[in-house]
Design a protein around this ligand. Structure first.
Ligand code: C2E
Ligand code: MG
Ligand code: MG
Length: 548
C-alpha cells in the first residue's frame, strides 16, 4: 500500500533524473562538436546544474557539478581539431568552481523552499490558539475522504465568549480558549484539533474513538463555572456533530453540516446536537424568509390588524392591540412570532417597528377624526427598547404628530424583563415619567418567581393565555386571583389574554380582572372590520351607516 502511495513520487524523480541526464549529454555533445572546452559553449553546463539544484537543493547542485566537472574533465579535449588535451589543474579547478556554484545555488533554493514552507505553515495556524486553522482542516478532510476514512466532525461553538470578552480582559478569553484546547488535545490528540475563529473549535474524531465520551467530559467541565484568574464564569458550549460515512461530499459541505448542527437549541445554552437532513431544508427556508422579509415593506406586504381590548367592568372597548401581519402571497403563511424574531436577528426590526408606528398612528388619527377614541398598544422587543436612535425617533414622531402619549401603551414581554433586568427597568421608568403607558405582556411566563415582574414600573399586566386556558384548574384560578389582587394593590390594571369562552369570562369577572382580549370578543381585525365592530359593540349602527 505504502509502495503504491510513493509511486507518483518515484516516477517524478525518475523523470527529473532523465531530464538532467539529457541536458548534460546535450551540453557534452555541443562542447565536443564545437571543438572542446576552449569555446564558450561549456557555459551550457550551468543549465542542468541550476535545474538539479532547483529540484534537490544543495545535494542536487553538488551532484550535477561533480558530473559536469568530470565529463568536462579528463575526456574532453581543450581543442578537438588540434588534439590538445586540458591540463589536470584546469579541469580540477573548474570542477571545484562548479561545486562551489552548485552549493551556493542549492543552498539558496533550499532556503527559499524553507521560507515558503514556513509561510505555508503559518497560513495553516490560528495565531490566537496556536493550533491548525480551517485551511488545514479542509486539506486534512480532503485527504481523509480520498483515503476512504469514516469519521465524525465535531464543531464546538463558544456562544457567550463575546460577552465575556466585552466585560472582562481579552487575555482571560485567550486563557479560556487555550485551556479548552489543551484539555481537548489531551483527550483527543493534537492532530485532530482545529480552530476557525476564537469562538469555534473543530475536532475530527475517527469512528472508533471514544470521542463522544471525551467531548462530553470536556463540556461538563467547561459548562460548570470555570475560574480563570480571579473571575468565575460559565461558558456556553454548543456542539454540532456530523457523521461522515463515505460517499462524495466536499470538505466544506462536511464542515458546514457540523456547523448547521449546533445552530439548533437555545443560542446561549450548552448542548450537543447532531446533524439531520431537515436542518438544511429549514436553513434554506430561513434564508428565503430573510431575503423576502427585507423586501416586505417595499412590496407592501406588511399590514396591521387591531384586536379590541374590552373593559369587563363597564363593558366598553378600551383600546386595541396593534399586531403586524405579513401577506406572503402563495407562500406558507408566517406569524409575527416567527418573522419578528428573524427581523430582530438580522437587525431589520427597527425598520419594521417604524413602519408599524407610522401606520398605526395614521390609523389612530383617522379614527380620532371619526370620533373613535381608543387607546392603542404596540409590541416592542428589548432590542428596540434599548435602541436609543429608535426611541428618539419615536418620541420625535409623537411630538410632530401631536399624539397624546397617555393613549399609547408599549407592550414588553415578561421574558425580556427577566433577561434584561435593571437596564430595561430604567428605560421603562423614563418612558412612564414622560407620560407613556407600559404593560407587561405574556405575564407569568418569564420569571421564576411569579410576582417579581410586578416590581417593574408598569401600568398593566397581561396575564398569559396559558393561565386563561387553564382557568378550570383550582390552583391556576388561585394564582390568577393572587396576581390580580397583588396588581390592584400596586394600582396596576390587569388584562387577560386569549379569552375564548364565556366560561373563562365569567371566572375572570368573578376574580375582578379589569379587561380581556381574545377571540371571545374578536379576532385581530382589519381597520374597516374594527370600525364595524366598534359601532356594533356600542350600538351605534346608525352612526356607522352615516360614516360609510
Ligand atoms: P402577543 O403580543 O402576546 O399577542 C397576542 C397574540 O395572541 C396574537 O398573536 C393574537 O393574534 C393572539 N390571540 C389573541 N387572542 C387570542 C385568542 O383568543 N386565542 C388565540 N389562540 N390567540 C389569540 P399574533 O398576532 O400571532 O402575535 C404573536 C406575537 O408576535 C405577539 O404576541 C407579539 O409578541 C409578536 N408581535 C405581533 N405583532 C408585533 C409587532 O408589531 N411588533 C413586535 N415587536 N412584535 C409583534
Ligand atoms: Mg402583545
Ligand atoms: Mg401576549
Amino acid at each position: 500500500m505504502n509502495g503504491l502511495k510513493n509511486y507518483p513520487k518515484t516516477f517524478s524523480n525518475l523523470f527529473k533524473i532523465m531530464q538532467i541526464s539529457l541536458l548534460l549529454a546535450a551540453a557534452f555533445l555541443i562542447v565536443f562538436l564545437t571543438d572542446g572546452t576552449r569555446n564558450v559553449y561549456l557555459q551550457l553546463f550551468y543549465i542542468p546544474l541550476i535545474l538539479s539544484a532547483y529540484y534537490w537543493g544543495v545535494k542536487g547542485g553538488i551532484s550535477a557539478a561533480i558530473i559536469s566537472g568530470i565529463i568536462l574533465g579528463p575526456f574532453m579535449p581543450l581543442s578537438v581539431s588540434e588534439g590538445i588535451m586540458q591540463s589536470t589543474s584546469n579541469w580540477v579547478i573548474r570542477l571545484l568552481i562548479y561545486m562551489l556554484i552548485g552549493y551556493i545555488i542549492g543552498y539558496a533554493f533550499n532556503r527559499m523552499a524553507r521560507l515558503d514552507k514556513e509561510a505555508q505553515e503559518r497560513n495553516l495556524i490560528n495565531p490566537l490558539t496556536g493550533i491548525y486553522n480551517t485551511n488545514k482542516l479542509l486539506i486534512d478532510l480532503e485527504k481523509r475522504i480520498e483515503e476512504g476514512e469514516k469519521f465524525t466532525l465535531i464543531s464546538i461553538k463558544l456562544t457567550n465568549i463575546e460577552s465575556i470578552e466585552k466585560y472582562l480582559d481579552y487575555k482571560i478569553v485567550e486563557e479560556i480558549i487555550k485551556g479548552l484546547v489543551s484539555g481537548l488535545e489531551h483527550r483527543c490528540g493534537k492532530d485532530a484539533i482545529y480552530s476557525s475563529s476564537n469562538d469555534e473549535i473543530i475536532l475530527i474524531a475517527c469512528s472508533n474513538c471514544k470521542y463522544r465520551e471525551n467531548v462530553n467530559n470536556t463540556i461538563k467541565k467547561y459548562s460548570n463555572p470555570v475560574k480563570v484568574k480571579n473571575y468565575t464564569f460559565r461558558l456556553a458550549l454548543k456542539i454540532g456533530m456530523y457523521d461522515y460515512n463515505g460517499g462524495y461530499e466536499s470538505p466544506i459541505e462536511i464542515f458546514n453540516k457540523a456547523r448547521i448542527a449546533y445552530e439548533q437549541g437555545d443560542s446561549k445554552e450548552s448542548g450537543i446536537y447532531y446533524y439531520k437532513d431537515e436542518l438544511e431544508e429549514q436553513r434554506r427556508e430561513a434564508l428565503e424568509i430573510t431575503g423576502s422579509l427585507l423586501e416586505a415593506i417595499k412590496k407592501n406586504e406588511l399590514y396591521l390588524v387591531y384586536q379590541p381590548k374590552i373593559n369587563i367592568i363597564d363593558n366598553s372597548i378600551v383600546g386595541v392591540e396593534v399586531l403586524v401581519r405579513w401577506d406572503r402571497g402563495d407562500k406558507k403563511p408566517l406569524g409575527p412570532s416567527v418573522f419578528i424574531v428573524i427581523a430582530e436577528e438580522i437587525g431589520y426590526i427597527r425598520e419594521i417597528s417604524r413602519f408599524i408606528i407610522n401606520n398605526a398612528i395614521t390609523q389612530i388619527i383617522e379614527w380620532k377624526n371619526k370620533g373613535i377614541k381608543i387607546n392603542y398598544s404596540i409590541n416592542l422587543s428589548a432590542k428596540e427598547l434599548c435602541d436609543k436612535d429608535f426611541m428618539e425617533w419615536t418620541k420625535q414622531f409623537f411630538k410632530d404628530n401631536e399624539i397624546d402619549k397617555s393613549m399609547f401603551e408599549i407592550e414588553i414581554t415578561e421574558r425580556v424583563l427577566a433577561k434584561e433586568g435593571k437596564k430595561v427597568f430604567d428605560i421603562l421608568q423614563n418612558l412612564r415619567n414622560m407620560g407613556y403607558k407600559v404593560s407587561i405582556d405574556d405575564f407569568g411566563t418569564g420569571f421564576n418567581s411569579l410576582m417579581s415582574a410586578v416590581e417593574f414600573p408598569v401600568d398593566t399586566l397581561k396575564i398569559d393565555k396559558y393561565f386563561i386556558d387553564s382557568l378550570n384548574r383550582y390552583d391556576i384560578r388561585e394564582i390568577v386571583s393572587a396576581i390580580i389582587k397583588y396588581a390592584h394593590k400596586l394600582k396596576i390594571k390587569v388584562i387577560a389574554e386569549g379569552v375564548e369562552t364565556e366560561r373563562q369570562l365569567k371566572v375572570l369577572r368573578r376574580l375582578k380582572c379589569d379587561m380581556v382580549q381574545g377571540y371571545y370578543y374578536s379576532k385581530p381585525l382589519l381597520p374597516d372590520e374594527f370600525e364595524r365592530f366598534y359601532y356594533e359593540f356600542n350600538n351605534l349602527e346608525e352612526e356607522y351607516q352615516k360614516v360609510q
